[in-house]
Design a protein around this ligand. Structure first.
Ligand SMILES: [Zn+2]
Length: 130
């Protein structure tokens, strides 16, 4: 089957390959597993990069200054940053990459969340603002 429209051709091939993979799953599985193991570092690096980008976008969106840093003390290291819950956010997961993923999917809606470092977050939870 030939398509002059590249979009239609691409959609057709995508559907064809999806059906092929479904019907030949048992045959393809060992090959895919071996490929994954041979390229594991690439997969993990890509995953890390994707997670970093997603977390950075969400944390930047919930910092009133628009920077990737703690809104309270200015700590810039992303590994130390988290979202502080200033109020309830019942429609979203509580923390971690599920939360970042859901927020990014929802286009970072206005919620009572604030980007803070772990020290400022724990200090606020235990001692108020002091
Ligand atoms: Zn801080």
């Amino acid at each position: 089957m030939t398509y002059k429209d590249p979009e239609k051709r691409r959609a057709h091939l995508r559907a064809y390959m999806r059906a092929y993979r479904e019907s030949h799953r048992d045959k393809l599985r060992p090959y895919m597993r071996a490929y994954y193991l041979a390229h594991k570092e690439n997969y993990r690096a890509h995953d890390r990069s994707y997670r970093f980008t997603r977390k950075a976008a969400v944390l930047t969106a919930y910092n009133p200054t628009g920077r990737l840093s703690c809104a309270t003390c200015g700590e810039p290291r992303i590994g130390a940053l988290t979202l502080s819950h200033l109020g309830p956010t019942p429609a979203f997961p509580r923390c971690g990459h599920k939360l970042y993923s859901a927020l990014r999917k929802a286009n970072c809606p206005p919620l009572p969340l604030l980007t803070e470092c772990m020290n400022c977050n724990v200090t606020r939870d235990n001692w108020g603002n002091g």
